[in-house]
Design a protein around this ligand. Structure first.
Ligand code: FES
Length: 103
């Protein structure tokens, strides 16, 4: 089990956008899909690009470097050239803040 860490104001994390932040020393990308907050490790598994610089579309984030797609809910790759998953972290909303669980 990890620890929950404060990440961002909940109202800064909105549908169809991505927020990059650092949580417990790790780069994290925050998303909101159908009202729920989600968190991924903020680096593409294909190269050194930040997913928080990408575009959100249909439940995926598109990497800004080679346009590979990653599923926001699972971190699984959804299109080439990404073949490996991106780490996903549990995320929740508490008192108007987004928290992310990281060990
Ligand atoms: Fe993300 Fe290549 S670095 S698709």
């Amino acid at each position: 089990m990890g620890e929950w860490h404060d990440a961002a104001a909940a109202d800064a994390v909105v549908e169809d956008e991505v927020v990059g932040c650092v949580v417990a020393g790790k780069p994290v990308a925050l998303f909101r899909v159908e009202g729920q907050v989600h968190a991924l490790y903020d680096q593409c598994s294909h190269g050194y690009a930040k997913l928080s610089d990408g575009f959100v579309e249909d439940g995926c984030v598109e990497c800004p470097l080679h346009q590979g797609l990653v599923d926001i809910l699972t971190g699984e790759p959804r299109s080439a050239p990404i073949t490996e998953g991106v780490r996903s972290f549990p995320a929740r909303e508490v008192n108007g803040r987004v928290e992310v669980e990281i060990e």
